[in-house]
Ligand binder design. Structure first.
Ligand code: PLP
Length: 407
């Protein structure tokens, strides 16, 4: 197997899940819908969902019907919420696999109702109605019914005998802006939508708003279900603004779940003036050594990292030099003693040594946040950008070594 791989610590994932449930524990029962869309932010949806189910999770959030079907086929028995609904043509897969679709248009309810009717009369005459969650747009301007459109949806649902409205939710646009008035406005609109639903005599079982940041910073968004994604994988997006006094973010400990590693493929010496990689964007100033790593932008090691990123090898940082190529990346290892072909290199993760540049006691580390700031994006894009060519290796229990020391 090509020696570029990602280690996914399922016990770190479970600990992050437990940290979230512990935070919510002071309230009446709040269901955690674990967001495992986009192959669990690149960590592997099936393995992550299984580990989360073992830790007690009963709900999973995905984006597409395909993602939901994959989880069902893998034996996941919990609820599966299709947060981005479904496309016309997918309604049979939704009903057959007991997926809970987000809906925001009468047409979606009609399609699902017809599919459920066919299924129920053909195979399961006594089947329960298919659950859906109403998705309300309160300011994200992406998916969802506006507050004035809720009545139309309720009418469609009333005429759909095989459909139950089991939930209602919205998504926050600016949860990372801690004092954003947009969040207050979204919460108000959501309350209006909920009031309309209740006035029609319905009381949906699940009411939800909060993503990871809102869980950590705004308890008033918790309702009775929350939808963490990034937090499960140990990441939070950069927050700005002043937090409310009761926010839990400061004390909330998350562990990165993924470590990305490779091994040195080749070593070469360079003389002063020698150019490295495409376009000669890097020219060695002094004689030195360059390690060639078998990882490139086809693996998700972004070309935007060229000349910016650093890696950890033999418990030292080594800078990426020259342009990252499709399959290979060069790092300057001139200062690294005893370096050899085959040495393990940490692309994302923690090393053993102390980081003298940081606060005392901090070990060497490169995080997806570091990659994000070098590449001009956010950690989530880095994580789900690690391509399929990079095999995921799953670590379970206490035998694992999440710090990634050389073996
Ligand atoms: C992705 C997503 C989430 C999870 O967001 P995080 O910021 O990763 O916690 C929650 N809800 C919806 C609708 C999403 O699309």
């Amino acid at each position: 197997m090509r020696p570029t791989w990602a280690e996914v610590s399922l016990s770190a994932l479970q600990k992050n899940f437990q940290a979230i449930t512990a935070l919510l524990a002071g309230r009446a029962k709040i269901e955690v819908c674990c967001v495992v869309k986009a192959d669990a932010y690149g960590h592997g949806a099936i393995e992550c969902a299984r580990a989360l189910e073992d830790a007690g999770a009963r709900w999973f959030g995905v984006s597409t019907a395909d993602e939901g079907v994959l989880l069902r086929q893998a034996g996941i028995t919990g609820g599966i919420l299709l947060m981005s609904g479904f496309s016309p043509g997918e309604q049979d897969a939704v009903t057959q696999n007991h997926l809970t679709a987000a809906v925001w248009e009468p047409r979606q309810i009609e399609l699902l109702n017809a599919a459920a009717e066919t299924l129920h009369s053909a195979k399961h005459p006594s089947a329960k109605p298919l659950s859906v969650h109403l998705k309300i747009d309160t300011g994200m301007s992406r998916l969802g019914a506006g507050v004035p459109e809720v009545n139309q949806l309720l009418l469609a649902a009333k005429n759909a005998q095989h459909i139950t409205i089991a939930g209602i939710f919205t998504h926050l646009a600016s949860a990372e802006l801690l004092d954003s008035p947009q969040t207050d406005s979204q919460l108000k609109q959501f309350d209006q939508a909920l009031a309309t639903v209740k006035a029609s005599g319905l009381s949906p079982e699940f009411i939800h708003v909060a993503n990871s940041t809102a869980i950590m910073t705004r308890p008033e968004t918790w309702k009775n279900m929350v939808r963490p994604g990034g937090a499960l994988y140990g990441y939070r997006l950069p927050m700005r603004g002043t937090a409310q006094p009761n926010n839990a973010a400061a004390s909330f400990q998350l562990q990165p779940v993924l470590t990305w590693k490779t091994r040195i493929l080749s070593l070469r010496s360079v003389r002063p003036g020698q150019a490295v990689s495409y376009g000669a964007a890097y020219v060695a100033r002094a004689a030195g050594r360059i390690a060639v790593l078998p990882v490139g932008y086809a693996d998700g090691f972004s070309r935007h990292l060229s000349g910016k990123a650093r890696v950890i090898v033999r418990n030292q940082y080594a800078p990426v030099v020259g342009n990252v190529t499709m399959d290979l990346t060069m790092v300057d290892v001139s200062g690294v003693e005893g370096i050899e072909i085959g040495d393990e290199v940490i692309l994302i993760g923690r090393g053993e040594g102390q980081d003298v540049g940081r606060s005392p006691g901090q070990s060497l580390s490169v995080t997806a946040d570091d990659h994000a700031s070098w590449a001009g994006t956010i950690s989530f894009e880095i994580l789900c950008g690690i391509s399929r060519r990079v095999p995921r290796k799953y670590l379970r229990g206490s035998s694992e070594n999440p710090r990634g020391s050389p073996r």
